[in-house]
Ligand binder design. Structure first.
Ligand code: SAH
Length: 403
């Protein structure tokens, strides 16, 4: 098994040590740490990829695992709740037990960033000492709903997003002052207002309470701004491994027009920019597109533009107007792509399509659709970005052959 040289060094923990250090094993449902060794897990993930795409794909390379598969999550979320403990009513922060809405208090998680866990513990304490109300899903009443902590792995900038059920936030300034005093590493605090009775964590409105309202991270020599609602890969070290594979697979020579579909804040397209003639990023989330545009400016990239649109609609329109692309890069959510997207991408007649997938099952289905459009998967590179969870990432190179 190949293990990445990226990231923090350290020995792998023994199963026994993990179970001792993680009191939530098998309870919280966020991961399956302690059940098998990381090496066994990597072998299973590779098999999962092979089982789903084997019949469509030429060569499937060995999976690249993490060098140190702990504390890798740069984005940490917790939901607030209450519980009775020895007759005392307590504020807790944690995660829902698998398949339920029962909150398992988590104060220290082996896959999450340790600084983020410490901040969540402090915020829970502050909610208690400021006598703030915790939101209840059952009654729809209360104030504090969730907390989201995001960290730029290389800049060390930290954003705390406090999700509240209404705008009014009693003692807000004092609360934030105290939090930043206890954690001077925090660079920005944002209040996100989510008034709806929904399982979605974030609402639409953000109020910046401290700092610039976003964090930055440096990836492959480029600086990226990340807003509260924008997607950003959760494992920074392995993201570089993944992006390098995607860039290599695209085999750019400097003359290509590249489409970066499902581009988020523009990371993949910007990392390819130096080797392409021009890049067009397409993304549905407007906040992410704002970040992407700001990011292109921040890095003085001229031959790249971003559009806030549905990728299928935009590519269809582009081809109707006679547009062509040499390379299409696509990185859809777990639900994968759609048949309409596949047809739209094929209508631009790219010689090469790079599919960055986070779900082998939808990937297999989509490769089937692509093969009907004349695109054959030549090679795949599985990369583990999510140690101890049931997720795996892979880069796939497809080429156009005559139908
Ligand atoms: N490539 C980026 C983001 C991948 S996540 C990165 O590596 O960071 C997938 C992104 O697809 C999300 O930002 C989501 O908002 C976007 N998305 C989902 N459906 C879309 C659609 N129909 N058209 C364009 N973008 C879409």
């Amino acid at each position: 098994m190949v293990r990445s040289k990226q990231g923090k060094r350290g020995a792998e923990m023994e199963k026994k040590e993990i179970v001792e250090r993680c009191p939530y094993v098998k309870k919280c449902g966020a991961c399956h740490i302690g059940e098998k060794s990381y090496e066994e897990e990597l072998a299973e993930k590779k098999k999962w990829v092979v089982d789903n795409i084997g019949k469509y794909c030429g060569k499937i390379n060995d999976i690249v695992g993490m060098y140190y598969p702990y504390h890798y999550r740069n984005k940490v979320h917790a939901v607030f709740g209450r519980r009775m403990n020895n007759g005392k009513d307590e504020v807790i922060a944690g995660t829902y037990a698998e398949g339920t809405h029962t909150i398992i208090p988590v104060s220290d998680c082996l896959i999450e960033d340790a600084q983020a866990s410490a901040i969540i513990r402090t915020v829970t304490e502050l909610i208690r000492s400021f006598h703030l109300w915790v939101y209840s899903e059952d009654t729809g009443r209360g104030l504090m709903r969730h907390i989201l902590v995001r960290k730029g792995a290389s800049t060390r900038q930290i954003m705390v997003v406090l999700v509240t059920a209404q705008v009014q936030f009693p003692h807000k300034n004092h609360f934030v002052e105290k939090l930043c005093e206890l954690h001077p590493e925090i660079t920005t605090v944002v209040q996100n207002i989510n008034e709806k009775q929904t399982t979605m964590v974030l609402g639409e409105r953000n109020k910046v309470l401290y700092g610039p309202g976003f964090i930055e991270d440096v990836l492959m020599g480029l600086r990226f701004r990340i807003s509260p609602g924008s997607f950003y890969q959760v494992n920074s070290a392995q993201t570089q491994v993944l992006y390098k594979k995607a860039i290599q697979a695209a085999g750019l020579t400097g003359t290509e027009t590249v489409i970066d579909a499902y581009c988020g804040i523009g990371t993949i397209g910007m990392c390819m920019h130096a080797k392409a003639k021009c890049v067009i990023g397409i993304e549905l989330n407007e906040q992410a597109v704002k970040d992407a545009k700001a990011n292109a400016k921040r890095n003085n990239l001229e031959h790249i533009r971003f559009v806030a649109a549905d990728a299928t609609e935009y590519m269809t329109l582009m081809s109707q107007r006679g547009g062509r692309a040499d390379v299409v890069v696509m990185d859809p959510p777990r639900s994968g792509s759609t048949q309409a997207f596949v047809k739209a991408a094929a209508s631009l007649k790219p010689g090469c399509i790079i599919y960055v997938s986070c779900n082998p099952e939808t990937l297999g289905r989509d490769l089937g659709w692509f093969s009907r459009e004349g695109y054959i998967a030549r090679e795949a590179w599985p990369v583990d970005m999510f140690g101890f969870t049931d997720h795996v990432e892979a880069v796939i190179k497809m080429q156009l052959v005559e139908k």
